[in-house]
Design a protein around this ligand. Structure first.
Ligand SMILES: C[S@@+](CC[C@H](N)C(=O)[O-])C[C@H]1O[C@@H](n2cnc3c(N)ncnc32)[C@H](O)[C@@H]1O
Length: 225
């Protein structure tokens, strides 16, 4: 991701985490117009989260999804807010405290591994994150070990050719739905949901958010965790 490097026109090595301070990132990510473009309630509904589910919001950022997810899975469930940036996780903890959310745990992860227990997740979720990962296939290999046999992986990503995506990210930093389908098939997962709530006219206007695709996968064979 090249946010913060817009005047330099170069790709940051690895991640952007050391390119600017957490406060700047928090302001960027928590802008009301951006948050309104996340369609959080619609995402929660499409994921069909239920009380008791264990969900990881990977690249949780400011917890825009993690906190509503924690409410959706209720006290019987749990949300792991995973990020590589301690400053953002502190912010998520503070937000959770303010909103009396007690079933959310922040986890500082490595950029190549979510670092969660094996066979743990009902849903692994990424919004506007997956393109930041360097070796996406290897990451998915590590990720699916943390997903229960009946679990799902949900990915929302910017359209490869969206003008906003093109402004921020070089072609090698953007990914297509077909690439993700191939990487997921390579780790034994098939497409079970493809939602157009961020595409074309459905994408909220004036939010600064690009059009995005939203896909959900489950194991081809549930006996193959
Ligand atoms: C554009 S922000 C999106 C945040 C949040 N998902 C949202 O949509 O509001 C990308 C987030 O992914 C995190 N991130 C980047 N690479 C990551 C990786 N390899 N593993 C986990 N988090 C990562 C960043 O620190 C940042 O918080």
């Amino acid at each position: 991701m090249t946010v913060g490097l817009e005047n330099q026109g170069v790709r940051p090595p690895g991640t952007h985490q050391d390119l600017t301070d957490a406060k700047t990132w928090i302001q960027r990510l928590d802008r009301p117009e951006r948050v309104s473009g996340l369609r959080i309630d619609d995402v929660v509904a499409r994921l069909e989260l239920k009380p008791g589910d264990v969900v990881a919001d990977i690249g949780a950022g400011i917890g825009a999804f993690a906190i509503p997810f924690a409410k959706a899975v209720a006290l019987a469930g749990k949300v792991m807010a995973v990020d590589i940036w301690p400053g953002l996780l502190e912010y998520v903890n503070e937000k959770a405290r303010k909103e009396n959310v007690t079933n959310l745990q922040t986890t500082l992860a490595r950029s190549d591994d979510p670092g969660l227990p094996k066979n743990y997740l009902d849903v692994a979720f990424f919004h506007d994150v997956f393109h930041n990962i360097n070796d996406r296939q290897a990451y998915l290999q590590a990720l699916v070990r943390c997903v229960k046999p009946s679990g799902r992986v949900a990915i929302i990503e910017q359209e490869f050719d969206d003008p906003i995506a093109k402004k921020w990210d070089l072609p090698e930093d953007r990914i297509t739905k077909d690439q993700v389908k191939t990487w997921m098939a390579n780790v034994g997962f098939q497409l079970i949901g493809d939602f157009d709530i961020f595409e074309g006219e459905n994408n909220p206007k004036g939010t600064g958010m690009p059009e995005r695709w939203f896909v959900v996968f489950s194991r081809i064979s549930a006996s193959d965790p």
